[in-house]
Design a binder for this molecule. Structure first.
Ligand code: AHG
Ligand code: MN
Ligand code: MN
Ligand code: MN
Length: 343
């Protein structure tokens, strides 16, 4: 039998590369290894809570609204608390930021402060919680700039190219942790009996071409011309300009849609639309678009906002929104080209 590689072993081997002869070559410092172990542990607890469902009293809506103007689900709040409690005491973090918190969460004085910044969408796909459809946790890690003593929101406003680690954990029929450290994408499946994540796929690749798109079609009448053109051409199928039929999937959990794309290709879009013209898009740059964009790029795909590479966007606000086009490279490039042709 081939030996099973746990996430712990995978990360320790990465760290060894950092300390040993391979230093600098895709290797990670001990504090980053600890951080990722802790995030994975938090995801295990969230996975457990998710699995209990109605028996654990975790379904349904809380009384509160988040800074995004969304009514919070109980699990949005639970997952947020699990991630904070797991991460605040380890000494590896300076601060955290979350879709569910208005300001940043600075590591309290009673704990040592580290140099990393952790951002997360604690529970992605909230609308699917109560209907027992796949949901997940998305995370992104940055380094705090060494200048300036006190950590502030400003430290988080770094473009996606600066991420040092990113990933998500999908709570579906299986619980799968997907990770990039900037050298490809690896997938780990939770072994529930052992309680550990086991490496199940390395060097994940997104095919450059696809015949499958993911978009919320009910918004079509609100889209801009380039997006309408792109989708309209797909819908014309074999007899249209694309000369092939397209299939559609929309789970309404970005984690699950991105996971499908990492597994078999496809293109995902959440474009700007006329319902809220002042917002660039629905999805959040720091908690959703940057980590997912980086994972997709690391698997050979592409991610843009229709105009530019997502990872190059200089954020100006913590909760900044962005239009998202990501997945199979040739399709993302086509949708992006349609935007520049219309400009
Ligand atoms: P969240 O549950 O973290 O607020 O994110 C939901 C996002 C994303 O996961 C998904 O792709 C999209 O919202 C679905 O939006 P629609 O309900 O408008 O289709
Ligand atoms: Mn939300
Ligand atoms: Mn989300
Ligand atoms: Mn969320």
């Amino acid at each position: 039998m081939t030996q099973r590689i746990s996430l712990t072993r995978y990360l320790i081997e990465k760290q060894r590369g950092h300390e040993g002869q391979l230093a600098g070559q895709g290797a990670i410092p001990p504090q980053l290894r600890l951080l990722l172990e802790v995030v994975a542990r938090a995801c295990k607890s969230i996975s457990l809570a998710v699995t209990k469902g109605a028996l654990g009293g975790v379904l349904g809506t809380a009384e509160s609204e988040n800074v995004q103007g969304e009514i919070q689900k109980k699990l949005d709040i639970i997952a947020n608390e699990v991630l904070i409690e797991a991460n605040e005491w380890g000494g590896h973090l300076a601060a955290m930021a979350s879709e569910e918190m208005e300001g940043i969460y600075v590591v309290p004085n009673r704990y040592p402060q580290g140099e990393y910044l952790l951002m997360f969408d604690p529970l992605d796909g909230s609308s699917n919680i109560d209907v027992n459809v796949s949901i997940g946790t998305i995370f992104s890690v940055l380094l705090k700039s060494p200048e300036g003593p006190a950590v502030s929101e400003q430290d988080f406003l770094q473009p996606g190219t600066q991420q040092v680690a990113a990933g998500y954990c999908l709570y579906g029929p299986q619980t799968t942790l997907v990770l990039t450290l900037g050298e490809g994408v690896a997938m780990f499946t939770l072994d529930r009996e052992q309680g550990s994540f086991v490496l199940t796929q390395e060097n994940v690749r997104v095919p450059e071409d696809t015949q499958e798109f993911a978009v919320n079609m009910s918004n079509m009448r609100h889209w801009d011309e380039p997006v309408k053109r792109y989708i309209d051409e797909c819908l014309q199928g074999k007899d249209g300009p694309r000369s092939k039929d397209f299939n559609m999937r929309w789970i309404a959990s970005m984690v699950a849609d991105v996971h499908r794309i990492l597994t078999r290709g496809g293109v995902f879009m959440y474009p700007w639309d006329k319902r809220e013209p002042e917002k660039p898009g629905k999805l959040r740059l720091m908690y959703e678009a940057n980590p997912m964009g980086w994972l997709i790029e690391q698997a050979g795909g592409a991610a843009t906002d229709g105009k530019q590479r997502i990872l190059d966007i200089q954020p100006t606000k913590l909760h900044q929104r962005v239009a998202v086009f990501l997945g199979s490279k040739n399709e993302v490039e086509r949708a992006t080209r349609y935007h520049s042709e219309a400009a």
